[in-house]
Design a protein around this ligand. Structure first.
Ligand code: PLP
Length: 394
């Protein structure tokens, strides 16, 4: 009964979600404290106090007809103005409210962008490993997602291959830094090189190639590492942001797009994105949470919590004989599987109640992803299990 296209999506439906469901079942069976679920990027840190305070203040002081009503499809004007001012202060940019469109999380923003930009057959490039749902975001609008093969030495983007893959058909490039699943932050040198390649190719083809920076993990960067703001390096950059991870609000579905005036066709893109937001059925981003985040733009994620998890898990896994790049951001570790078939390794891990996700879900087989946005106790208690697991491969 369902559409052909949908059948494909259901069949490929995220192994991560399946694992999450399995984790819940295992927790019922063995007790939650005996299951070590590293499968999902669902923050374990509660939203900062500012969020609750803002909700209470808004419900007490603001007019309910306004707080829960329809507004401009792009979002409340005062909220978009506040977002623009906050970005300008942090990054030295010159955005104004028209550049900001409030979205239903990062996923909503990406769908709005693809709906806005793609004609059937247009190509979108992204760098493996990548967040698997990008494929659906692109094919939802009959675009073609092309993956640039990974550079497994550093997990910085493979720019040589990238340059070869750009063509007249390339409409957009999606980057995600700090990265899910590797935790790598793209360096300024990488961004500068990527921007130079894109400029050259735009000239060569006489086309516009939009660089889409999907950055729900921007605020999660450790050891003071800088996460370059991409609109400053390449004119045709659009930023997608989300409060899901930075303020631990994934269920509230709130984020925004930044579409600068410098974009080729900026006026049309900005107007079309607001229409896309509406006709995709989002209509507008959740009204209460637009108002909440406007009051929480300076609130901080509990970085130290994730940092302690990162250090403990990274050191513990190395001790157990596993190898991975030390992540500089996000809350994931991308670990080399001790056997070529990483799915088999994930199955074996389950016997020790360790839930980890195969790299094939991110177009990078041979690796596994661990999400460390879990409790510290989960990590401490899981490490002896990893040691036991690894005895199978010695
Ligand atoms: N992009 C990346 C790279 C992600 O990791 C996620 C969620 O995990 C999303 C987008 C979707 O984020 P949201 O829940 O804000 O829609």
């Amino acid at each position: 009964m369902i559409s052909e296209k949908m059948r494909g999506y259901v069949e490929n439906s995220s192994a991560i979600r399946a694992m999450f469901e399995e984790g819940k079942k295992m927790a019922d069976q063995f007790g939650a404290e005996n299951v070590y679920d590293f499968s999902l990027g669902n923050p374990n840190v509660p939203a900062p106090a500012e969020v609750k305070n803002a909700i209470e203040e808004i419900l007490k002081n603001e007019d309910a007809r306004m707080v829960h009503g329809y507004m401009n499809n792009a979002g409340y004007e005062d909220v978009r103005e506040a977002v623009a001012a906050s970005l300008n202060q942090r990054f030295g940019t010159a955005f104004h409210k028209e550049n900001i469109l409030m979205t239903v999380g990062a996923a909503g923003g990406m769908n709005v962008l693809m709906k806005t930009l793609l004609n059937p057959g247009d190509e979108v490039l992204t760098f493996a490993p990548y967040f698997g749902e990008y494929r659906a975001y692109v094919t939802n609008y009959d675009g073609i997602l092309k993956e640039v093969e990974p550079n497994t030495e550093t997990f910085q983007p493979n720019l040589k291959k990238f340059e070869q893959m750009l063509s007249e058909k390339t409409k957009a490039v999606i980057v995600n830094t700090p990265n899910n699943p590797t935790g790598v932050v793209y360096s300024e040198a990488t961004i500068q090189k990527m921007a130079a390649i894109l400029e050259t190719k735009q000239k060569e083809f006489g086309t516009s190639i939009y660089l889409i920076s999907d950055e729900p993990y921007r605020e999660l960067a450790y050891d003071g590492v800088e996460v370059p703001y991409l609109t400053k390096y390449y004119r045709n950059t659009i930023v997608g942001y989300s409060f899901s991870k930075s303020l631990s609000l994934p269920g509230e579905r709130i984020g925004y797009l930044v579409m600068p005036d410098e974009l080729d066709g900026a006026k049309d893109i900005i107007a079309a994105a607001a229409v896309a937001n509406r006709i995709l059925g989002y209509v507008n981003a959740p009204s209460l949470f637009q108002r909440v985040i406007a009051k929480c733009l300076d609130a901080k994620a509990d970085l130290e919590y994730y940092n302690r998890n990162r250090e403990t898990l990274y050191n513990g896994l190395q001790k157990a004989g596993l190898t991975c790049i030390k992540p500089e951001g996000a809350f994931y570790l991308f670990v080399k599987s001790p056997i070529a078939d990483e799915k088999e390794f994930c199955q074996k891990a389950k016997e020790y109640h360790l839930l980890i996700v195969p790299g094939s879900s991110f177009a990078c087989p041979g690796y596994v992803r661990l999400a460390y946005c879990v409790s510290y106790e989960t990590i401490v208690n899981a490490l002896p299990k990893f040691e036991e697991l690894m005895k199978n491969y010695k």
